[in-house]
Design a protein around this ligand. Structure first.
Ligand SMILES: Nc1ncnc2c1ncn2[C@@H]1O[C@H](COP(=O)(O)OP(=O)(O)OP(=O)(O)O)[C@@H](O)[C@H]1O
Length: 298
C-alpha cells in the first residue's frame, strides 16, 4: 500500500512544553488511522503541523510522497474545529458558499449531502440542525473538493449517543468510498470501533503503533504459581507460545500468542514436571490494555 502521510521525527515545543516529541508514523492508503491519547497528549498539535497551520520545531512530514504544497493541500479535506456556518441559511446554501470559497463548483454538493445523510434536510436552516447533523454537515463541507484524505479532530466530541453513532457510521462509509482517514480521539472505544490502525500518544511521545487488532487486542492474562518460582520462570521462558510474562510476588503473569490457551500452559508445565498450585485466567478489558500501554513507559 502506498503511503499517504509520512511523519518523521516531528516535534513541537511550546516554551517548556514538549507537545510532540520526535513522532514517526506512516499512514497507508485506505486506512482509518487513529491518533489516540489523553487530553494534552499532542494529537491536535500533530494534526495542526501536518495540515500546515502549526510550524514544527523539528522533523518533517510528506503527503503522497511530496512536501506540503498547494497541490497536496487540494487533496486533503480537514475538520480541525467546528466550522462556522450561517445559521439562517439552509445546509445547501451554506455548502454553496463553502464550495465557492474552495473554488470547486457546485457539482459535489448533491453527492456529499447524500453521503452524510442530509439530502432530505438540505433545505433546513443550519440553526434547525441537531449537533450531530451540524457535525455531518461540517464533514460534508470538508469533502466538497473530493479529497483523497479526510483529517478529523475529535469528530464526535459533544455529541449525544445517537449523533456519535451516526458520525462513526459516516466515517466508515467515507472510508468505504476509498478515502483514507486520519482522526484524533481520546476515546479508546471510538478508535477500536472505527479505526484500522492506531498510534497511542502520551505527553507527545509515541507509545505504541500498528493495526488496531494487534495493539488494542484485549488479550487474556494467565496467572500461574508453583512451589519454586525460579524453575517455573525458567520453563515459562522456554515456551514458544508465551507472548509476554512478568512476575508479581510469587506468581507469573503470562499473555499468550493467538490460538493458545491456559490449557496449553497447564500441559507444558505438566510435561516439564511442574505441578501448578495456581492457574487463573483474567480477562483483560480493552481499557486495561490501553492503560497498560500508557503505564509501561511512563
Ligand atoms: N498554543 C499553545 N501554546 C502553548 N502550549 C500549547 C499550545 N497548544 C497546545 N499546547 C500544549 O501542548 C500540549 C499538547 O496539546 P494538544 O492540544 O496537541 O493535545 P491533544 O492531545 O490534542 O489534547 P486535547 O484533546 O485536550 O486537545 C498540551 O500540554 C497543551 O497544553
Amino acid at each position: 500500500m502506498a503511503d499517504i502521510l509520512d511523519i518523521n521525527n516531528l516535534s513541537k515545543r511550546y516554551g517548556s512544553i514538549q507537545a510532540v516529541d520526535r513522532l514517526t508514523i506512516r499512514v497507508e492508503q485506505g486506512s482509518i488511522y487513529g491518533l489516540l491519547g489523553p487530553n494534552g497528549s499532542g494529537k491536535t498539535t500533530t494534526l495542526g503541523m501536518v495540515l500546515d497551520v502549526i510550524r514544527p520545531s523539528g522533523g518533517s512530514f510528506s503527503w503522497f510522497g511530496q512536501p506540503v504544497s498547494r497541490d497536496t493541500k487540494r487533496r486533503i479535506g480537514a475538520l480541525l474545529e467546528t466550522p462556522n456556518f450561517y445559521p439562517y441559511l439552509t445546509a445547501q446554501k451554506n455548502l454553496r458558499i463553502v464550495a465557492d470559497i474552495k473554488g470547486v463548483g457546485d457539482s459535489q454538493i448533491g453527492h456529499v449531502l447524500q453521503l452524510v445523510g442530509l439530502s432530505q434536510r438540505r433545505h433546513t436552516t443550519f440553526k434547525g440542525y441537531s449537533l450531530g447533523m451540524k457535525q455531518r454537515l461540517a464533514i460534508a463541507a470538508a469533502l466538497l473538493n473530493d479529497p483523497e484524505v479526510l483529517v478529523l479532530d475529535e469528530p464526535t466530541n459533544g455529541l449525544d449517543p445517537e449523533g456519535i453513532a451516526e458520525v462513526r457510521e459516516l466515517i466508515l462509509k467515507i472510508a468505504a468510498e476509498g478515502k483514507t482517514i486520519l482522526l484524533a480521539s481520546h476515546l479508546l472505544d471510538e478508535v477500536e470501533k472505527v479505526c484500522t490502525h492506531v498510534a497511542v500518544l502520551q505527553r507527545g511521545e509515541l507509545r505504541a503503533e500498528g493495526p488496531v487488532s494487534t495493539i488494542l487486542s484485549a488479550k487474556d492474562q494467565v496467572i500461574i504459581g508453583a512451589p519454586g518460582t525460579a524453575r517455573l520462570l525458567e520453563v515459562v521462558q522456554q515456551l514458544p507460545f508465551v507472548a509476554t510474562h512478568h512476575t508479581e510476588r510469587d506468581l507469573v503473569h503470562l499473555t499468550l500468542q493467538d490460538g493458545y490457551s491456559s490449557m496449553d500452559v497447564n500441559r507444558a508445565m505438566f510435561e516439564a514436571g511442574i505441578v501448578l498450585s495456581q492457574l487463573t485466567v483474567r480477562r483483560k478489558s480493552l481499557e486495561a490494555q490501553f492503560l497498560e500501554i500508557i503505564k509501561q513507559q511512563a
